[in-house]
Every structure is written in structure tokens, then in C-alpha cells.
Write a protein that binds this ligand. Structure first.
Ligand code: GLU
Length: 484
């Protein structure tokens, strides 16, 4: 038999159909990094092709699925900016349709009712265990007449799976993968209580949603074989599969809580920007030359499966930090100000100077130069929002020694009568003062910084003075000099 190569298959496929991808999370917790990674790639592929990105909540496991978890996943996707098309589809709402398809397969002779009792199945499991092989249903009802059905057993519906030959998948990431059909048993499609199994539900939903590309974690690769068998039995065209590498921690083990935060919302709370997350998750297992910084527009233009790396991606928070720093520097000043104001209010317990927001906005071009996270940005901006007098850190105290205070007193008078309040002229004044007093500029600037910010690190101090304005600057100097 001859199979089309995966690349050719996509080319052909993309020419004849609208690309439809989907993200199909099971709502049992929060949106995890791995889920966000999968969702992002589905979103990019759909956007790249001008297709659709659908969202299906796989909530058939009623005991484990909660509304809170659904909301948490939707919130995570919204924060990440991964907008989906149309309504969110609930898999559970489609159970009748799943059962209908199972019955359709029975009617066509491609599936059958299995009346095995739980005891019989337990026995099969025990035997398999004793012989050290995986449990496989032995097909005892495959050809048996339903008239032999025992009373009181609600039958399951099993697929009459092919027993010879092989099932082949042309996976866009994994390449061509195949499994011998005698390695797979007749899987259950519909349980005795009429509920669908995961395998059936996914196939029916993907088909009914016109999904053209099923892109998901490679832990689902073995499921793809079983799902392909169901598609074949139904005479439906399977979607094109693409199984992407799972995310690992820095130690090379599957990413888990041991490695730290795995839920996307925690990264928001730690002060990461969604665009930095997107860029980071994209680069984890996809590349475009040596490019590290990739905008959304570029990602959408360039994204294709051929560039997806097959080996597991290692989560590295240092890289994420660097990207975040980059996106913070690029971000709009007003947006950043809005993001940090609530945090500053928390830090200062509501004791906020009234001009804070205007000052922070004006100071933002310099503040954002050095922050790696929104939290760091907020911390670095607190001095603009504090009501006087500034508390001094021990380092600031040390800078403000006797000599420094004497110089500061003279400078204070010069600044109090200075007329042009711009960073350039403020610096000029400090420079000529330093020359006259035969001091290095740092000996003059550091005490000013200590007095105005209460710390020993801040954005360029003459810009800080410009932002604070003359009145506040002189008042803060006076606080330190004990003149208020
Ligand atoms: N619900 C599955 C999961 O959360 C995804 C199934 C699929 O994408 O086909 O892992």
C-alpha cells in the first residue's frame, strides 16, 4: 500500500478545505501550561490558514468535571488571548448523539453488544496479569448471537475491530506511525449505562464539528490508532493528526507540580504578560531560524507543523523571564500603569499619594527598562506612590552620611530656586555643583536618590526629579534634612 507523505497530505488538504482545529480540555482543574501549549498551536494553525479554532469541553466524566474548572480554563485562554470561534461545545451535551452513532455501527454490523459480566472481565484481567501481558478483551461476544444474552446484564457496545493488517497514521509531527491490528482488542464504544467512552465521543464530536486537524499532546498518539479504527468503521474521513511533544521540567521529567507552578493563571499572578507567555510557549517546541522574539503576526504568518520539534520541550523559567522583560519594555505605558496600580495599592495598604498614577505613568518609560515581571515593575514604582516622608532602607541611610547631608542642604537651596524643571537642566545643576565642590557626580547623585526614593536603586535620578516635580522634590529633600 502507498501512503501520502504527511507534508503532501497537508498541502493537498489545505487546498481543499477550511482548516478547523480544536482544543479539547477535560475540565478537571486549571488551564495547565501543557494545555496552553496545545491550545496555542491549534490557534496559530487555524489563524495561519484563516480557518476556525473551536473549543470543546470534554466533560463526560461527571464526577471529575466542574463548572469552576470550565470557567478557569476559559479565563486562562482569554488571558492568553487565544480567542476561539463560535460557542464552547460541551461533550456531555452530545451523549445522545454518541449513543446514536454506536447504534448505527451495530446496525451496520461494525459493532456488537457484549454481555460480559464484570466477573468475566475481571477474570480476563487476572489471566492477562498472570501471563504478564496487557489485558485484551477476547472477543467472546463478537460473533455470538444476542439471543444467547444472559438476563440482567446491560450490554456494552464494542467495535468489531479489524484483526488483521495494520492501522496507519500519517501524523504531521510524528511522521507515519503504524500498529498491527492484532495488538488492539474490540474496544468499548458505549458503556452498559448508555454513556459513551472517550474514544467514541472524540471521534463523533471531531467529525460533527468538521475538525480537519486534531492537534494534541503525544500522550494521545495511541488513542489515535483506536480512533482511526472507529472512523474507518463509520466510513468517515479521520482528521489529520498532529501529536505534539509534551512539556518537561528542567530535569527532563514530565512537567508536574514538583517543578513549580504548572497552572497558567499562576504565571499571570507572578507578573508575566500574555504575549511573553505566547512567545515562550511557541518557542518551546517550534522554531523559525534563530528568532527568539516572535510577534503574534509573525507567528501566525510562519507557523507550520514542519517546524515543530519532536523531542519534549523543557520548561525554563529564566528564558520566560527574559522574554517577559522584552515585552514589558515594548508594552504601552498606560497599560503597564493600570496593571501595577492595584499591586502598589496592596503594597502600600491603600496609603497612596494622590498624584501617584500620573507620576507612575510619566516615569514608566524609565521604570519599564529594568523590570522582568509586573511584580518587579510594581515594586520599583512604589516610591512614586508613597506619601512623604520616604522610609529609608539601611543602604539609603548609609549613603546619607554627614557629608552627604551637608552637600544635600546646599543642593536643596539651588534646586528650590531652579526655574527650568527638566531632567537635562537638573543634571546640569548637579554636575556644576559637583565640579565646584570637587566631587564625583555619583557622590552628589546617590544622596539625592536616597533622599527622593528612600533606596539606592532607581531609574535615572534626574528623570525621577522631573517626574516628581519641584515641590515634591524639595519637600522630600527637606524631609531628609529635617526641615519639615
Ligand atoms: N480531553 C483530552 C485531554 O484533555 C484531549 C483529547 C483530544 O485532544 O483529542 O487530554
Amino acid at each position: 500500500m502507498c501512503y501520502m507523505s504527511a507534508a503532501l497530505l497537508t498541502t493537498v488538504a489545505n487546498e481543499i478545505m477550511t482548516v478547523v482545529t480544536r482544543f479539547a480540555p477535560s475540565p478537571t482543574g486549571f488551564l495547565h501550561l501543557g494545555g496552553a501549549h496545545t491550545a496555542l498551536f491549534n490557534w496559530l494553525y487555524a489563524r495561519h490558514h484563516g480557518g476556525k479554532f473551536l473549543l470543546r469541553v470534554e466533560d463526560t466524566d461527571r464526577a471529575r468535571s466542574t463548572d469552576e474548572a470550565v470557567d478557569a480554563i476559559l479565563d486562562g485562554l482569554k488571558w492568553l488571548g487565544l480567542d476561539w470561534d463560535g460557542d464552547v461545545i460541551s461533550q456531555f451535551s452530545r451523549v445522545e448523539r454518541h449513543a446514536e452513532v454506536a447504534e448505527q455501527l451495530v446496525a451496520a454490523g461494525a459493532a456488537y453488544r457484549c454481555y460480559c459480566t464484570p466477573e468475566e472481565l475481571a477474570e480476563m484481567r487476572e489471566n492477562a496479569k498472570a501471563e504478564g501481558r496487557p489485558m485484551r478483551y477476547d472477543g467472546r461476544w463478537r460473533d455470538r448471537d444476542p439471543s444467547e444474552a444472559p438476563a440482567g446484564v446491560s450490554p456494552t457496545i464494542r467495535l468489531k475491530a479489524p484483526q488483521e493488517g495494520e492501522t496507519v497514521i500519517a501524523d504531521l509531527i510524528q511522521g507515519t506511525v503504524r500498529v498491527a491490528n492484532d495488538q488492539m482488542d474490540d474496544m468499548v464504544l458505549l458503556r452498559g449505562d448508555g454513556t459513551p467512552t472517550y474514544m467514541l465521543a472524540v471521534v463523533v464530536d471531531d467529525h460533527d464539528m468538521d475538525v480537519t486537524h486534531a492537534l494534541r499532546g503525544d500522550d494521545h498518539l495511541t488513542n489515535a490508532f483506536r480512533q482511526t479504527q472507529i472512523y474507518n468503521a463509520l466510513g468517515w474521513e479521520p482528521p489529520i493528526f498532529a501529536h505534539m511533544p509534551l512539556m518537561h521540567g528542567p530535569d527532563g521529567k514530565k512537567l508536574s507540580k514538583r517543578h513549580g507552578a504548572v497552572a497558567v493563571h499562576l504565571y499571570r499572578d507572578m507578573g508575566f504578560l500574555p504575549e511573553a507567555m505566547r512567545n515562550y510557549l511557541l518557542r518551546l517546541s517550534w522554531g523559525h531560524g534563530d528568532d527568539e522574539i516572535i510577534s503574534d503576526a509573525q507567528a501566525i504568518e510562519w507557523f507550520d507543523f514542519v517546524d515543530v520539534v519532536r523531542s519534549p520541550a523543557r520548561f525554563d523559567v529564566a528564558k520566560l523571564n527574559n522574554l517577559n522583560g522584552h515585552y514589558i519594555r515594548q508594552a504601552d505605558d498606560k497599560r503597564l500603569t493600570d496593571l501595577i496600580m492595584p499591586q502598589i495599592e496592596t503594597i502600600l495598604e491603600g496609603e497612596i499619594a494622590s498624584e501617584s498614577e500620573a507620576r507612575i505613568l510619566a516615569g514608566m518609560p524609565n521604570l519599564k527598562e529594568r523590570a522582568k515581571t509586573i511584580i518587579e515593575l510594581a515594586e520599583s514604582a512604589v516610591f512614586y506612590a508613597r506619601s512623604r516622608p520616604m522610609p529609608l532602607t539601611p543602604k539609603a541611610e548609609k549613603i546619607l552620611d554627614e557629608t552627604a547631608r551637608q552637600n544635600l542642604a546646599k543642593l536643596r537651596n539651588e534646586y528650590a530656586s531652579h526655574s527650568e524643571w527638566t531632567s537635562g537642566t537638573l543634571e546640569e545643576l548637579a554636575r556644576s555643583f559637583a565640579e565646584r565642590e570637587e566631587l564625583k557626580l555619583g557622590k552628589v547623585a546617590q544622596p539625592i536618590r536616597a533622599a527622593l526614593t528612600g533606596t539606592n536603586v532607581s531609574p535615572p535620578i534626574f528623570s525621577v526629579m522631573e517626574v516628581l516635580g519641584q515641590e515634591e522634590t524639595v519637600a522630600r529633600l527637606d524631609d531628609v534634612l529635617g526641615q519639615n
